[in-house]
Write a protein that binds this ligand. Structure first.
Ligand code: GTR
Length: 328
């Protein structure tokens, strides 16, 4: 009798852990993907999201973030989320370029005048379009994280576009990024984030491009000692959940998740602004040569073919570019 009760309790507990647990009220365990370390602004933002959701659902939705790409690199994680084996994640938008067309717009080079301009776009017109496209591929966008401006870093100094000519530069897996880097004159090499360090070390590539915090936290600065502030793209990131989980939530739960995500984004953005400065100071202290670009027009001029190819014959995307440019 006693044993049956124990077994029954164990069965109930096990059922509660199943990801497809359908009955409202049962506890659910959600798996979150993060490419960065736990102390990176994005990891802390995701942890905050999880805590808020857990509190506000009285522990019914328990979120655990697996940091440092423990669940795979970004392209695999996107597929896993679409299949339902990852439940929430923070993704950069560039790896969606080939899957969700409107994400190309916010990747476009030299589009945003500054961080505020990017935030106004992603919190408004651009974010609405991107959320629609992501939903089509099974990903529900809840909030947008900052990712700063991306610049070139290389093993040899780069001061002008002529210096980049022929250099092998790592890009994210996106056709737009390949074209962008080709337009700069470089030889683009798509690679997962996790392979950049060893590829720099072994000479497979001559450089990469990223924001200050990623350049610093990955220790790429130890092998690519020159950082050139081209600030060629300000592509933001998304905090998202998989549609399979989302469909099973009621309206009240969805609101809890939306609010928690927005609060986590406000937190992440604040941490981000601080970390950009800290990371820059750290790499400078480690002896990196920072080459400041004050006039970006020679770089921006080269980007015309990229705009032509990605928005020229596409009224939806060129309309987005125009609306973004018109924002204050
Ligand atoms: C980082 C971004 C990551 C990843 C990485 C990359 O800035 O936060 O999600 O996209 O860049 O270059 O692969």
């Amino acid at each position: 009798m006693k044993l049956t009760r124990v077994l029954k309790a164990a069965a109930i507990a096990a059922a509660a852990l199943l990801p497809w647990a359908p009955t409202p009220g049962q506890a659910q365990e959600w798996r979150g993907w993060n490419i960065h370390a736990a102390d990176y602004p994005n990891g802390r933002g995701m942890d905050r999201f999880g805590e808020l959701v857990m509190q506000r659902t009285n522990n019914r939705i328990r979120m655990r973030t697996y940091h440092s790409a423990q669940l795979g690199q970004q392209d695999e994680a996107i597929q896993q989320m679409r299949l339902g084996s990852i439940d929430f994640a923070n993704f950069n938008l560039s790896p969606f370029n080939n899957l969700a067309p409107s994400t190309q717009v916010v990747t476009l080079p030299f589009l945003f005048r500054n961080v505020e301009h990017m935030q106004r776009a992603i919190d408004g017109v651009a974010g609405e379009e991107i959320a629609k496209d992501l939903e089509q591929i099974g990903i529900i966008a809840l909030a947008w994280y900052d990712a700063g401006a991306r610049s070139l870093y290389t093993v040899r100094p780069v001061r002008t576009p002529a210096d980049v000519r022929g250099m092998k530069i790592r890009v994210q897996t996106s056709d737009l990024w390949i074209d962008l880097m080709r337009a700069m004159g470089a030889n683009p090499t798509p690679l997962p984030f996790g392979e950049v360090f060893t590829s720099l070390q072994s000479g497979v590539i001559d450089g990469a491009e990223n924001n200050w915090p990623s350049y610093e936290s990955t220790r790429h600065f130890e092998v690519a000692r020159f950082y050139t502030t081209t600030e060629h793209s300000n592509v933001p990131e998304v905090l998202a959940v998989g549609v399979q989980r989302w469909r099973r939530l009621n309206e009240q739960e969805r609101n809890i998740l939306r609010d928690a995500a927005r609060e986590s984004a406000a937190f992440q953005r604040q941490l981000w602004a601080e970390r950009e400065q800290v990371s820059r100071r750290r790499v400078e202290a480690a002896g990196v040569t920072v080459i400041e670009i004050t006039d970006r027009s020679p770089w921006a001029q080269l980007m015309e073919p990229v705009y032509q190819k990605y928005t020229g014959n596409n009224p939806r995307l060129s309309g987005m570019v125009q609306r973004i440019r018109e924002l204050p």
